[in-house]
Design a protein around this ligand. Structure first.
Ligand code: SF4
Ligand code: SF4
Length: 374
């Protein structure tokens, strides 16, 4: 296993981190973790040198932390660094921060969390917790020894990321990054911004939620120009490894096969060559060319006055053509319908078309996407 020095205290963390949100489950129910298989996977990864475990309050219908706590209590807690996250959307008053942290410590069966993150920050949630005096809580939690290092995970636009980075003396942060999402949310520019300020970065979604693990024949043939005989997931992980400033890469592993493949990928310290990185650029272009709708997910068009989730709907539709995710896209669109954020809410006011920097005919494209998603 490759290791990196993490935080200003230079803790030696494994490059591969275990994301505890996609364990195998029973009865197709996210809230019923297949504890036998999942525990074998966690233990095997630790035995193979992984020492960074990342969970969060809501994962697996709020069952992940308790499960992880149960596995770690068999003498594994002191062999690993444990990360979990504060569910900031649930905070209603100052006391809630500590109330949830205490509940998490009980579930995790530990006295402290090594890496505590404010979960999924965006402009709105950050403003809310600032008004609830979150920095005072962080200091209190650190002083009491309940957390060792503080960071945040992030889902918003780059300028918001920079503002959050500049607003506090963070120990680390966590961003989404993969070769298809180089300019999405914080992206590569955000990675550099954090790195230049001495803030270490953990990467999530290196496989874009598994989509980069299922290559088309065209993608396979491009990657086969290299004699590196590795899986499509491994190519995506190696691309993230090659980005300067990345310290930990989280993979939400859901089978023992994933564990072995990912551990072996990051045990191989042979970095991608410039020629191999170019092959990934070629693959990126192939995926981009198969986008049906040229939406860049810039999000300028939301919120729409009728709450239509425009970029998400376009992404779900595009994913069918790019990654062959028809069933998942349709399932996800059903959720947009339940939330009343689907195309049927559109009143054709045209506001989005005036704003869209790609000059998309959003109204008619939404109708096309809807037809493809039902
Ligand atoms: S045209 Fe439809 S999708 Fe666009 S802003 Fe108006 S209601 Fe929203
Ligand atoms: S403004 Fe245009 S490109 Fe940006 S998210 Fe909306 S539809 Fe996509």
């Amino acid at each position: 296993m490759q290791y990196r020095y993490f935080t200003r205290d230079k803790l030696k963390v494994s490059l591969l981190g275990f994301g505890c949100m996609r364990f195998p489950v029973l009865q197709n129910d996210l809230g019923i973790i297949d504890e036998v298989r999942a525990s074998d996977m966690l233990k095997a990864s630790i035995q193979m040198g992984l020492n960074y475990i990342d969970t969060a309050y809501p994962y697996h219908s709020s069952k992940s932390e308790a499960f992880v706590g149960k596995v770690l209590k068999d003498g594994l807690r002191d062999k690993i660094y444990l990360a979990t996250k504060s569910p900031v959307w649930l905070m209603e008053n100052y006391g809630d921060f500590m109330k949830y942290l205490d509940e998490q410590l009980v579930n995790l069966q530990t006295n402290f969390v090594d890496f505590y993150l404010l979960h999924a920050l965006n402009k709105k949630s950050y403003e809310k917790i600032l008004s609830l005096d979150v920095f005072k809580f962080i200091q209190e939690a650190k002083d009491s020894g309940k957390i060792k290092y503080i960071g945040f995970s992030f889902h918003d636009e780059l300028p918001v990321f920079k503002d959050i980075i500049d607003s506090y003396d963070w120990d680390f942060c966590q961003i989404q990054l993969n070769y298809m999402d180089r300019e999405y949310q914080a992206g590569l520019e955000g990675l550099k911004y954090a790195k230049d300020r001495g803030i270490d970065v953990v990467v999530m979604e290196p496989l874009k939620g598994g989509k980069l693990s299922l290559p088309s024949d065209e993608v396979k043939s491009i990657l086969s120009k290299s004699d590196r005989n590795i899986s499509a997931s491994a190519w995506a992980l190696k691309w993230v490894e090659a980005q300067e400033g990345v310290k930990v890469v989280l993979s939400g592993m859901s089978s023992m096969e994933h564990v072995h493949d990912n551990v072996s990928t990051y045990s191989d310290s042979k970095a991608l060559t410039a020629a191999e990185l170019s092959l990934i650029d070629e693959v990126t272009q192939v995926y981009k060319d198969s986008f049906k709708i040229g939406c860049t997910a810039c999000q300028y068009c939301i919120p729409c006055p009728s709450n239509v989730n425009i970029p998400t709907i376009f992404e779900l539709y595009n994913n069918i053509f790019v990654y062959g995710t028809e069933d998942q896209s349709k399932e996800a669109y059903k959720r947009q319908q339940e939330l009343k954020k689907d195309v049927s809410q559109c009143i054709e006011c045209g506001v989005c078309e005036q704003i869209c920097p790609q000059h998309l005919e959003v109204i008619s494209l939404l109708k096309e996407a809807h037809n493809g998603l039902v």
